[in-house]
Design a protein around this ligand. Structure first.
Ligand SMILES: Nc1ncnc2c1ncn2[C@@H]1O[C@H](COP(=O)(O)OP(=O)(O)OP(=O)(O)O)[C@@H](O)[C@H]1O
Length: 364
């Protein structure tokens, strides 16, 4: 669902503002440090209850202010309006409201407004720890498999219990057995969801990537977190002594990974920065397409920070074309508007916003 109204107060250097974004393409331009990324950060807070720049929310609140608030109205294809708001005070909890009701879980926000971010840190998807890639994978699985969240919560609980029993000096197998059973069941369910999702994602990803560039020898494979030939129960039994020594469970979906390789080498070690940016963008856009297949157009909001950096004009255009074809709402930042204007079909609804010293004004 696209945002039709967005109000931001007390976020970074931004002056309080209410915007009426276009349902499709929103170009946000301005000089360095004007506040472009802060605007995307505000939308990110709204969709995920957290910043993409910091784990803490305090730095997001404007220096002289005691709280920040982001509020939006989203309108579905059928004209149904949803209101969501998030507020964070310097000394209190994060408050999330959907249609006037307080909500406790950020998962509900994520469900209401699926959000994808492409920014210079997106490279971490390739170069960072497996956790980043699991998060990427699970974003998609969470949105298309309704049983995923419950299975994930079961896994977390059983893992916590097993790990705490492992750390005790003497293991009581009667206590351990039910948690291992629970762990194995949740693990198999999560693995099945992930495998099915990857099976659908791969061809879409390959198609999206092929529309931007060719990378010979590229493979995307999924490692489920334990030996693919053995049941998890057997692996847990085999690794039991080692798990006891380490005090945690080494095998399971909590160790899963997505491996992106080129001619059997890590993609990050061989691809140029521009190729990496396009590859990560293709992965995220492919997720957007899967969401669109399931829920129809405009099911996802894309935030794209600093799109022009690392990309030549040809690839910039190819990426913009894919974002446009995805038929969802996009917020893209750049320094000079000429870098991104003229790349869109004339009939695609678009708006241009200029950010200057924290003031945002619509210019087109
Ligand atoms: N809590 C805060 N309160 C007020 N200002 C802040 C706060 N945190 C950061 N700033 C300032 O906000 C400004 C805007 O930063 P932002 O990253 O949004 O700029 P930008 O337009 O994306 O810049 P660039 O093009 O360089 O990426 C910066 O000058 C930054 O120092």
């Amino acid at each position: 669902m696209p945002l039709t109204r967005l109000s931001v107060t007390g976020v970074r250097n931004l002056h309080p503002v209410t915007l009426h974004p276009a349902p499709r393409i929103n170009l946000v331009y301005g000089a360095n440090a004007s506040g472009k990324t802060s605007l995307l950060e505000a939308i990110h807070l709204l969709g995920l209850a957290r910043s993409f720049r910091t784990n803490k929310l305090q730095p997001v609140i404007q220096y002289a202010e005691s709280q920040c608030t982001v509020f939006a109205e989203l309108v579905s294809d059928q004209g149904e309006t949803t209101q969501i708001g998030v507020q964070r005070s310097a000394n209190s909890e994060f408050v999330i409201r959907i249609n006037g009701q307080n909500v406790r879980s950020a998962a509900q926000l994520a469900e209401t407004m699926p959000l994808q971010l492409i920014n210079p840190d997106s490279f971490r998807l390739l170069e960072g720890a497996p956790k980043q890639r699991r998060q990427f994978l699970d974003w998609g699985v969470f949105h298309v498999e309704h049983g995923f969240l419950a299975a994930w919560q079961r896994l977390q609980k059983s893992l916590k219990q097993r790990n705490s029993l492992l750390r005790r000096g003497r293991i009581d197998s009667l206590l351990l057995a039910p948690w291992e059973l629970e762990l194995v069941q949740a693990a198999n369910q999560i693995d099945a969801y992930r495998q099915s999702y990857i099976g659908r994602l791969k061809p879409v990803f390959e198609q999206v990537l092929a529309d931007m560039l060719t990378i010979d020898g590229l493979t995307l494979s999924y490692f489920r977190g334990w030996d693919k030939e053995k049941p998890l129960a057997d692996v847990l039994a085999q690794q039991f002594e080692r798990d006891c020594q380490l005090g945690h469970t080494q095998a399971g979906p909590q160790r899963a990974d997505l491996r992106v390789r080129v001619n059997n080498l890590n993609a990050v070690d061989v691809l140029s920065r521009g190729q990496q940016k396009l590859l990560v963008s293709a992965l995220k856009i492919a997720q957007g397409y899967l969401l669109k297949q399931q829920y129809g157009p405009q099911s996802c909001v894309f935030l794209v920070d600093d799109l022009p950096s690392e990309l030549d004009a040809h690839h910039r255009q190819a990426l913009c074309r894919l974002l446009e074809q995805l038929d969802c709402q996009v917020f893209i930042t750049c320094v000079e508007p000429e870098q991104l204007t003229g790349l869109w079909q004339s009939e695609t609804p678009k708006k241009l916003f200029h950010v200057e010293h924290g003031h945002i004004a619509q210019t087109d």
